[in-house]
Write a protein that binds this ligand. Structure first.
Ligand SMILES: [Co+2]
Length: 348
C-alpha cells in the first residue's frame, strides 16, 4: 500500500488533525485515542522492542515467500479476483493475517486496485501487473510488492523499480535522511531512462497502522526527517515511462476501505458491520470481498456506502498515471539500525 506524497494533494483538515490511532486492545475501549503525527511521534522510544522485531520479521518472511511465489507464477488468463483470493490465501496459510487486501493494479493503474467480488478483469500477456501484498502478525506489518510482466518491452520498467529499491536498501541505516533516499531512487530511475512517480511514497509503519505519518519519497525533496531505529518503514519506488507525467491522479473506482471512526450510526446493521470490521481488521484496510462472506453482496455494498457517507469508513480511490502510461513498482519493509538495516521482506 502506497502513501500519497505532498505534491498537488493538499491534505484536508481531517487528515492533518486528530489522526486516529488504534487501540491495541479492542475490548478495552470503544473510543479511539487521538494521535497527531508530528516529528515527536517517536520521541522517547529508542529502538523497537525485541518482541516487536520478532513479529516484524515473522510477517516479513511470510510476505516475502508469497511475493516470490507471485513473481514466478504465470498469471495470464487469471482474473484479478482469482489472483487476490489466491495470494491472500497463501498469506493466511502461512499463519499471518492480511494487513490489507492484495492490490492487483494493471498497467496505468499505479496502485490501490483490489478485486471486487467475482471481479472478471483478466490478465493479458501484454499487461504489467503490480501485486502489492501485506502480512501482519499481531498488527506488525510486512508490506511488499512485485511487478509481473510477460511482455519483454516492459522489462526495463520493472528492472528500474527493482534497481531503485536495491540502491535505497543499500544506503539505509539509522539517521539517514529520507530526502537522500528519495534522491537515490530518483537517480537510479532516471539513469535507466524512466521517470519516478513523484507523488507516491513509502511510509512508516506502526502496529495496526499502515501509514504511520512519515513518508519515504521517491524523488529528492527539501527538508524531511531522518530514519529512526525505533520504527519500521516501507520503501516503494514507482516507475513510469519518459512519456509519463510522473504523477498519479485519483481514479473513480474506490474498492479499498478502512475504518475511520467507531461512533455508532443508529443503523443497527451498519453498527454490526462496524464491529465486524473492527474485530477482523482493526484500523487496517479491507475490501468488499472480505465482508461478503457473512452477508449478501448487495446488502454489504449498501451498508458500506452508508458507512462511507457517515464518514465511519474511508474509501480509497485507485491511483492512475496522469498520462495513462504504464507503471512498475517494487517494495520492501525494513527496520534501520546503527550499522545498517534489517530488510524484513528480503529475498532468501
Ligand atoms: Co506500502
Amino acid at each position: 500500500m502506497v502513501g500519497l506524497g505532498k505534491f498537488e494533494f493538499p491534505t484536508s483538515a481531517s487528515q492533518t488533525q486528530n489522526h486516529t490511532k488504534l487501540d491495541h486492545n479492542p475490548n478495552k475501549s470503544k473510543e479511539l485515542p487521538n494521535l497527531s503525527f508530528t516529528d515527536n511521534h517517536f520521541k522517547g522510544k529508542t529502538r523497537i522492542e525485541n518482541v516487536q522485531t520478532e513479529q516484524y520479521i515473522k510477517a516479513g518472511k511470510i510476505a516475502s515467500e508469497v511475493r516470490e511465489m507471485v513473481r514466478v507464477k504465470d498469471w495470464i488468463g487469471k482474473t484479478v479476483f482469482e489472483i487476490c483470493e489466491e495470494v491472500e490465501g497463501e498469506i493466511e496459510k502461512r499463519g499471518a493475517k492480511c494487513a490489507f487486501p492484495v492490490n492487483a493494479s494493471i498497467n496505468e493503474v499505479a496502485a490501490h486496485y483490489t478485486a471486487e467480488p467475482n471481479d472478471p478483469i483478466t490478465i493479458k500477456d501484454t499487461d504489467l501487473v503490480k501485486i502489492d501484498l501485506g502480512a501482519q502478525i499481531d498488527g506488525y506489518i510486512a508490506d511488499t510488492a512485485v511487478t509481473v510482466c510477460y511482455d519483454a518491452q516492459f522489462d526495463g520498467l520493472v528492472q528500474a523499480a527493482e534497481e531503485a529499491l536495491g540502491n535505497a536498501m543499500a544506503m539505509i541505516k539509522a539517521d539517514v535522511k529520507a530526502s537522500d533516499i528519495g534522491r537515490t531512487i530518483e537517480t537510479a530511475i532516471k539513469k535507466m531512462g524512466f521517470k519516478p512517480i513523484a507523488n507516491l511514497s513509502g511510509h512508516s509503519l506502526d502496529q495496526y497502522t499502515i501509514h504511520a505519518g512519515k513518508s519515504i519519497p521517491n524523488i529528492w525533496s527539501i527538508g524531511g526527517f531522518s530514519l529512526s531505529d525505533s520504527s519500521a518503514y516501507a520503501c516503494e519506488p514507482f516507475v513510469t515511462t519518459e512519456q509519463g507525467g510522473g504523477f498519479v491522479r485519483n481514479g473513480k473506482i474506490k474498492n479499498i476501505f478502512a475504518l475511520n471512526s467507531r461512533k455508532k450510526t443508529k443503523n443497527q446493521e451498519a453498527d454490526k458491520l462496524l464491529d465486524f470490521i473492527w474485530e477482523n481488521c482493526n484500523m487496517l484496510p479491507f475490501a468488499l470481498r472480505w465482508i461478503t462472506k457473512e452477508r449478501e453482496e448487495k446488502e454489504a455494498r449498501e451498508l458500506l456506502d452508508f458507512l462511507v457517507k457517515k464518514k465511519a469508513v474511508t474509501a480509497y480511490p485507485v491511483l492512475i498515471e496522469v498520462n495513462e502510461q504504464r507503471v512498475a513498482q517494487a517494495e520492501h519493509t525494513f527496520i534501520p539500525n546503527e550499522n545498517g538495516v534489517t530488510v524484513t521482506t528480503k529475498t532468501e
